[in-house]
Design a binder for this molecule. Structure first.
Ligand code: TRP
Length: 340
């Protein structure tokens, strides 16, 4: 985003989130802040991926349906502005499902099984013996999401890179069949923030784990999360030197505290001894409470007016329907299907 070339040329930016849970601090630092910046420069669409959410939750659909408006409220609360960013709902865009069908003919099962993200998700979800077809093929649906908008730039976490690779393979196949460029290849935009660890330091922060701090977390929930946060287990007495590596308090302070100099002094103090975890946690707590208070308040306000949230999705989906139908027409044309 900072190179001259990128700011000169308006990109078509498309990104999305599975609507399977409220968004958390990891999303905030890893992608939401970046989207707020991108909306000022490029043509940005954010897709609330409810259909993709169902690929592993079809037996518990409320997990998806009950989170759609929460996710939209999260977007608005952090400053994503629906007059600059189109926010739409995947299931309202039938062209995406149709594109998925056409693209399915261009992708082999073994290629899907080799997708590293799908592979590890299959393991984590215990799907090894019976994989829902929709789950195995969600990379194709994601390719439809991206190409349906003819996106050139896709902000994602590194776990999503295999999806973009598969998307570009499909794009090249479609363009080869067409004998000309019909679809754009896309580039990933990785955020500079490395993925935030969960409060126990064991994993990346994730919607499906309990050790996340949600953007809508109450003051009490934030306090409780910080009390149990992972620090240096060998730092037993205040006067002992402490280790900052893997110490989640410092990872979060690095990510969220506005005063870098202060944090580097704090780290030195901690490493040389004489600084207790109670104190560092207190500093982190104050920082996170201050940061999340206005976000939580806005989020609550937005959730009080559900009709407004629905209206944003209706309008965004209408705009997106037009765009995706145009791409669908072009793809059907390649296969000679626009004869009626
Ligand atoms: N797979 C993404 C995730 O799990 C969500 C997503 C769906 C997406 N469609 C997309 C991301 C298109 C980028 C572009 O978070």
């Amino acid at each position: 985003m900072d190179s001259k070339q990128d700011t000169d040329k308006k990109e078509i930016v498309l990104t999305g989130d599975r609507a399977t849970g409220a968004l958390h601090l990891g999303h905030y630092v890893g992608s939401l802040k970046q989207r707020v910046d991108l909306q000022a420069i490029h043509e940005q669409t954010i897709l609330v991926a409810d259909m993709q959410g169902l690929t592993d939750n079809a037996h518990n659909p409320r997990k998806v349906s009950s989170n759609i408006l929460n996710v939209v409220a999260d977007y608005l609360a952090v400053g994503i502005d629906p007059s600059k960013t189109t926010i739409c709902l995947q299931s309202q865009l039938p062209a995406l499902a149709e594109l998925t069908m056409y693209y399915s003919n261009l992708v082999t099962i073994s290629r899907l099984e080799r997708n590293p993200t799908v592979k590890s998700e299959i393991q984590n979800k215990g799907f090894e013996r019976s994989i829902p077809a929709g789950f195995l093929t969600y990379p194709i649906s994601q390719a439809a999401d991206i190409t349906g908008f003819n996106a050139t730039l896709v902000p994602v976490g590194d776990d999503q890179l295999p999806m973009l690779e598969q998307t570009n393979e499909i794009v090249r196949k479609v363009n080869t069949i067409a004998g000309r460029i019909v679809l754009n290849e896309c580039r990933p935009l990785l955020s500079n923030a490395s993925r935030l660890p969960s409060t126990d330091g064991k994993n990346k922060m994730s919607k499906s784990m309990s050790n996340a701090i949600n953007l809508g977390a109450t003051e009490k929930e934030i306090s409780a999360a910080i009390k149990s946060i992972y620090t240096d287990p060998n730092h037993l007495r205040v006067e002992d030197p402490g280790n900052i590596k893997g110490n989640v308090v410092f990872t979060y302070l690095d990510a969220f505290h506005p005063d870098e100099n202060y944090i580097s002094q704090l780290k030195e103090h901690y490493q040389s001894g004489g600084l207790g975890d109670g104190t560092t946690k207190k500093i982190l707590e104050e920082c996170l409470q201050d940061m999340l208070r206005p976000i939580r308040e806005k989020r609550t306000e937005f959730l009080h007016d559900k009709a407004q949230l629905v209206d944003i999705l209706v309008k965004g989906s209408q705009i997106s329907r037009d765009k995706t139908e145009k791409v669908l027409f072009d793809v059907k044309d390649i296969f000679g299907l626009n004869i009626l």
